[in-house]
Design a protein around this ligand. Structure first.
Ligand SMILES: Cc1ncc(COP(=O)(O)O)c(C=O)c1O
Length: 366
């Protein structure tokens, strides 16, 4: 029997593996594997979401006008330069489909977010992973990797899974020294968690240059991961070009309504940021106290490095945590087999994971 042949290259695209969801037999699981918002969504968002239940037979507003206007108002930007997507993932994919194809190169950093490689390969382009320095993007290395074929540079800032970021001045230097015909995509999924004064989400460059796009998500600090909602902001010429490939009704009404409710409740976001900053500090201190190496983080997760000696490895720690009802993320697929990525959860989750790791490192486990 003859079966249909996929396009060349499709079978070489790695299938994205998401963080684990459950542990068999555990009653309460601390799910710290997917960088979801620890406090969940704003009550405003839930109320707005529920308000749409009478209109489930209606198609959504295709261009998400009300949502774009609400985002624009809160961020002080032009709604006409925003495009919304089913998660920022969809927008990252659309940017690849719009600007890259066979024979082109798409550049990102070695431990950058996994989907850049997937989407680059998906359009037949060649993914180019650039080395990092101390798990941090290196502007000179990125610039050195650019060739005549480069069409897009993706930079997650702060990056997942490393939690590190490039300062506003380094970001500006990268844009300045990149060729003008290369789209720089600043993926700022974790922007709201970053509190350093020299951090910029890419909003400045997306406002002022003709070739920079910033992407944002409602999946992290806004606590709306299940609804799949993200947005991108950039020059009109790019945003309007990407519109040509957007599916007509890509963002559901439920997501649009909840997004409007969520973005208008910035007090909730401030509470979520404060919770995150508090627990990042505690987690770094406690993990370092256990002798583990951990970089500072500007996102909602920490990334401790485990020893390579028997019974102390990241794999051992992961198995032990699961036995204690805690799910974290192995990051082998990011080229980091000795690290575990631990999302900041609620108070109970955090005490559970840090106590379990203390027991693990003490070696007293059975
Ligand atoms: C750096 C980065 N960008 C984008 C995303 C995708 O987020 P969304 O849920 O908006 O598709 C993630 C999700 O983990 C991420 O870590």
């Amino acid at each position: 029997m003859t079966t249909p042949e996929p396009r060349p290259g499709v079978m070489s695209i790695p299938i994205y593996q998401s963080g684990k969801f459950q542990i068999k037999g555990a009653s309460r699981v601390a799910k710290l594997a997917a960088n979801e918002g620890a406090l969940g969504p704003s009550p405003n968002a839930i109320e707005a979401y529920n308000s749409g239940s009478g209109d489930l037979h209606r198609y959504p507003v295709g261009p998400a006008d009300g949502l774009r206007e609400a985002i624009a108002e809160v961020h002080g930007i032009d709604a006409g330069r925003i495009i919304c997507g089913a998660g920022s993932d969809e927008l990252l994919c659309l940017l690849c489909r719009t600007y890259a194809g066979p024979g082109d190169e798409v550049v990102y950093t070695r431990h950058g977010f996994l989907v850049y490689e997937i989407y680059a390969k998906g359009v037949g382009a060649t993914p180019i992973a650039v080395p990092e320095t101390n798990l941090t993007a290196n502007v000179d290395a990125i610039l050195a990797a650019v060739t005549q074929r480069t069409k897009i540079v993706f930079l997650a800032n702060p990056n997942n899974p490393t939690g590190t970021y490039l300062s506003a001045s380094e970001l500006a230097r990268l844009r300045n020294d990149l060729r003008e015909d290369i789209v720089l995509v600043v993926d700022a999924a974790y922007a709201e968690f970053a509190t350093s004064s020299d951090y910029d989400s890419g909003l400045d460059l997306a406002s002022t240059t003709s070739n920079t796009v910033m992407t944002r998500t409602f999946s992290k600090i806004y606590g709306l991961a299940s609804l799949r909602l993200g947005w991108a902001y950039g020059p009109k010429s790019i945003i309007h070009t990407v519109e040509h490939l957007r599916s007509p009704f890509n963002v559901t009404t439920a997501a649009q309504l909840a997004g409007i409710g969520a973005v208008r409740d910035q007090k909730h976001i401030q509470r979520a940021r404060d919770h995150n900053t508090k627990w990042c500090d505690i987690a770094l201190q406690r993990l370092r106290g256990l002798g583990l190496k951990v970089n500072e983080t500007s996102a909602n997760f920490v990334l401790p490095e485990f020893p390579t000696v028997a019974n102390r490895t990241a794999k051992d720690a992961d198995a032990f945590l699961q036995s204690k009802g805690v799910v974290v993320r192995r990051v082998d697929s990011y080229g980091l087999p000795n690290h575990l990525r631990i999302t900041i959860g609620d108070d109970e989750d955090m005490n559970q994971v840090l106590d379990a790791l203390t027991e693990f490192m003490s070696g007293k486990r059975g």
